[in-house]
Write a protein that binds this ligand. Sequence first.
Ligand SMILES: Nc1ncnc2c1ncn2[C@@H]1O[C@H](COP(=O)(O)OP(=O)(O)OP(=O)(O)O)[C@@H](O)[C@H]1O
Length: 308
Amino acid sequence: MEATIEARGLRKRYGSTTAVHDLSFTVRAGQVTGFVGPNGAGKSTTMRMILGLDSPDAGTALVGGRPYRALGTPLRQVGALLDAAAVHPGRRARDHLLWMAHSNGLPVRRVDEVIEQVGLGSAARRRAGGFSLGMRQRLGIAGALLGDPPILLFDEPVNGLDPEGIRWIRGLLRSLAAQGRAVLVSSHLMGELEGTADHLLVIGRGRLIADTSVAELLAVASGDRVALRTGRRAEAMTLLANAGATVAAIDAERVTVSGLPAEQVVAVLTERGVAFSEVVAHRASLEEAYMELTRDAGEFAASAGREA
Ligand SMILES: Nc1ncnc2c1ncn2[C@@H]1O[C@H](COP(=O)(O)OP(=O)(O)OP(=O)(O)O)[C@@H](O)[C@H]1O
């Protein structure tokens, strides 16, 4: 089975609210794809439609080329963490996973393997009702991994977790993608996906705003901007402006240079013997890139403001 998720023209309305509007994208194998947008943007609705839990009003969602509901033993094909609180509080963690495994014809061995994988070994026989949020997330992830599926969906998996839990989930997502799986992970905070996502689907008010690789997005947002520190500021500014750069003084010693790569800034100054103590190429953070990306999307910005 090809490890992809494909959405084509997905649309969903709840009464007068359009939750998802004509959404098309492909989630590929071997990558972590971030699904980003403010609260209420339509991420969970989209994931529910992919998982056959909600029916689209129009369009199709395919996992491995087939609708979810057509999969015989879905846990072997698609694993998902949607709502970590969904486990019955009276059920013991291991029993919950045993029941899931049984319903999909999976061996008991897998239950013990995933319990160890998510670090719940010592809590396996405790009731889920007494679990912390982090433990419930781990239990939900154990369920997603149970069938060793090539396709995985995680809805806001780091929500409410402590730094150690966040680090663990990031490492897990990276390793699942490195094993060749297709991994779709949602977040309402772009920064949460820094260093984790390879590709981004940005959504606002149910519409797709961007479908881009993280590398491309960062390259565009970073631009040719260089921070320069020199004791001969005025001279440096004149030289760089003459070389075609746009220059702006920050203070007595610091200048921002745009439109000229760092190597050329260094070459121009060196050639004329102007000493400098610092030349740093600006690298945008994912959060900055996100702001830039959504600045022009008026509707998105309005939605982000309203929902924040
Ligand atoms: N079952 C439902 N009934 C009515 N409206 C719904 C339902 N589910 C979602 N909505 C609405 O659809 C829109 C999209 O919601 P959705 O939960 O998909 O967004 P989201 O991006 O996942 O947000 P969050 O980050 O808050 O989880 C919102 O306006 C929401 O209120």
